[in-house]
Unconditional design. Structure first.
Length: 208
């Protein structure tokens, strides 16, 4: 926990940006009856019945110190998908950075092994050489600021029926572009000193 908090407290360095990664699942839902549009004095009316249409995965990549985020919508959440996400991060999003510090949880796919599953060893090592991982502790995913971004995305964009993958991608792209245009950043104030006071019960006891 303190390792993550110390990273958040370091001075901003554009050569070594701090990137947060998290993911979420979205159930795709089709309408079985065409909704009746809203009209004066009457809200939109939607039938309670619906048809499940599979699920989609949303990778959230964000740099909270500057107010930038990118959401990648995929059909699955496999080691291969994760590896290609890291490649895009290194080769497209942050080409000029010397190294990226990546905050993420301990999901089994969140490891260097995923890169070696997706790419030849030389390519996997090239990508890995640009990354430094910092994992949130078990039951401590709230320390990952990408989780905050996913919560905002869920409230502002995903709290309704979305029928298919293409519609989801389109809606998420609009949300992402609007939020990036506003450069909305996260004012993280929870520090290591706060943790030692407020979460003291989680620290081991020292018996003299």
């Amino acid at each position: 926990m303190e390792g993550v908090l110390e990273v958040y407290q370091t001075a901003y360095n554009p050569k070594i940006p701090v990137i947060c990664i998290d993911e979420a699942t979205k159930q795709l839902v089709k309408e079985t009856v065409v909704p009746i549009p809203a009209e004066r004095g009457q809200p939109e009316r939607v039938d309670y019945e619906y048809e499940r249409n599979g699920t989609a995965n949303l990778f959230m990549v964000c740099e909270p110190m500057v107010g930038w985020r990118r959401v990648e919508v995929t059909q699955q959440r496999t080691a291969i998908d994760y590896a290609h996400l890291l490649k895009t991060l290194v080769d497209s999003d942050y080409v000029q950075a010397e190294k990226l510090i990546v905050i993420q949880d301990n999901l089994n796919t969140h490891s260097p092994a995923s890169l070696y599953k997706a790419f030849e060893p030389q390519e996997a090592q090239r990508i890995l050489s640009r990354l430094e991982f910092c994992h949130t502790p078990k039951h401590g995913s709230w320390l990952n600021m990408a989780e905050i971004e996913l919560s905002i995305l869920s409230r502002q964009c995903l709290d309704r029926r979305i029928p298919d993958l293409e519609t989801l991608k389109s809606e998420v792209d609009v949300w992402q572009d609007n939020r990036n245009h506003e450069e909305t950043w996260i004012d993280w104030r929870f520090t290591t000193a706060d943790a030692r006071v407020k979460l003291h019960r989680l620290y081991p006891s020292i018996i003299n």
